[in-house]
Design a binder for this molecule. Structure first.
Ligand SMILES: [Zn+2]
Length: 440
């Protein structure tokens, strides 16, 4: 039995608790989440990720799920319409399949699921989020700014869809643009209306095969918000959220959010949402600045069944004999698994954190300023494990880098076993002094 384990290291950062757990569907199924307001109001159906290489839209849609409360009205959010393309960071061809899709096409099922929602469900407006090239402008100003570009536009297929609520598409787009003016970061990046006049196009034109045109043909108004691929992901996400909030204000959906809508805060939200639990909650991982490979990582058989995350863009995919963590378009750590049985027994573990006694549940990310002590226990074996595969308990200070989840060496992996059965993991989180370095 090891003696009291004591580690002297650097401090940490506060921990986001996963209060609302979103179960992650199998790779091919897109997520569909309804956020209901307390009071009645219009329903927006917001989609993203129909093109798999447009991360701004998918993060914006996911942020609606993780960070917004709706007071009146409803949001239906499908943030990852083409999950396979998102995993591969490929555009995919999903948005060309709404005029017809072959039965043996891998996209047959998701396209038809989406068509069914659009045709049969009661919502007021379909909103598609895309990241487009350059900056749309009705006349050519430069290579990056002109009529064949898409970025920073609100795209409509026609002026209006008569006879339906929110069918005044041009007016709606104009209202969005008006309300976003003060939030535009650079003077010449105001949103522009891009009217495709889709009905006048050749039936073979891509726009005639799109989701939004399908919606219009089924009497559902639709518009598309395009951020610009010229911008980094958090700026695109920021612009999507700015436009979505302008739209909600315009149609009378009341909402609150738990962050300030600035590019910096949006970047912070994307980082804070990067969390997942594995092994039925016995492991809670922070996914920021992870090592590229985590070796000897305790996982049950079929680990994909036991995961959850607050953010629907997070998933675990088999790869190369291990499991890759994905967050939208980001490929994070590859877990090299050591298969374990999960203990059915669960109780908090007494620990002394910076001199204070505390009960700590397995599956916790535990902020520590300077040191941790664990009394020897007849019941448990504690192992401070590392990505190098060393997992003997040490009685003295250790080099964080050798045993960490993260590249900075500040998130250490304490594993708990009862005989050889895995009881859980506690991450010792020494990052709280790192505020200035968080943005890397
Ligand atoms: Zn797109």
């Amino acid at each position: 039995m090891p003696g009291p384990v004591s580690y002297l290291l650097r401090p940490l950062f506060s921990v986001l608790l996963l209060t609302l757990l979103w179960s992650i569907p199998a790779a091919a199924e897109f997520s569909f989440v309804r956020i209901n307001g307390v009071a009645p109001g219009p329903t927006l159906f917001i989609t993203a990720g129909i093109d798999g290489d447009e991360p701004g839209g998918i993060h914006a849609a996911a942020t609606l799920i993780t960070r917004y409360q709706i007071r009146s009205g409803q949001l239906w959010v499908a943030p990852d319409l083409n999950p396979e393309a998102i995993l591969l960071r490929e555009r995919g061809e999903m948005n060309l399949k709404f005029a017809g899709v072959d039965r043996d096409d891998p996209l047959f099922a998701p396209v038809n699921r989406l068509k069914t929602i659009v045709r049969n469900h009661q919502f007021d407006l379909l909103v598609n989020l895309h990241d487009g090239s350059g900056f749309y402008h009705p006349t050519r100003l430069s290579r990056e700014r002109g009529p064949y570009r898409w970025g920073q536009s609100v795209v409509i297929d026609q002026e209006a869809l008569p006879g339906v609520r929110f069918g005044a598409l041009h007016d709606l787009a104009a209202a969005i643009i008006d309300r976003t003016r003060s939030a535009v970061l650079v003077a010449n990046e105001h949103f522009q209306i891009k009217n495709m006049h889709t009905a006048t196009l050749n039936p073979e034109a891509p726009t005639r095969k799109s989701l939004s045109w399908f919606a219009l043909r089924h009497d559902k108004p639709a518009l598309t918000i395009e951020a610009s691929k010229t911008h980094p992901v958090h700026i695109r996400t920021y612009y999507h959220l700015v436009a979505l909030e302008a739209l909600m204000d315009t149609v009378g959906i009341k909402f609150t959010r738990d962050f300030e809508l600035t590019p910096q805060a949006v970047a912070q939200v994307i980082r804070e949402d990067a969390q997942m639990t594995l092994a039925q909650g016995r492991i809670h991982l922070d996914l920021n600045k992870m090592h590229h490979t985590l070796y000897n990582f305790p996982l049950p058989a079929n680990p994909q069944n036991g995961i959850s995350a607050i953010n629907p863009l997070i998933s675990l995919q088999p790869e190369d004999g291990g499991y890759r963590i994905h967050y939208g378009n980001n490929r994070l750590a590859l877990l090299r698994p050591r298969q374990v049985k999960i203990d059915s027994y669960f109780e908090p573990i007494p620990m002394i954190i910076d001199g204070k006694s505390q009960l700590v549940a397995p599956g916790t990310i535990l902020p520590v300023a300077s040191h941790v002590q664990i009394e020897p226990s007849p019941r448990y074996r504690f192992a401070l494990a590392g990505h190098n595969g060393s997992w003997e308990p040490r009685a003295t200070s250790i080099e964080g880098r050798q045993v960490s989840i993260d590249r900075d060496g500040r998130l250490l992996r304490l594993e708990i076993y009862r005989d050889e059965v895995f009881n859980g993991m506690i991450l010792l989180d020494f990052r709280q002094d790192d505020d200035g370095e968080e943005d890397g």
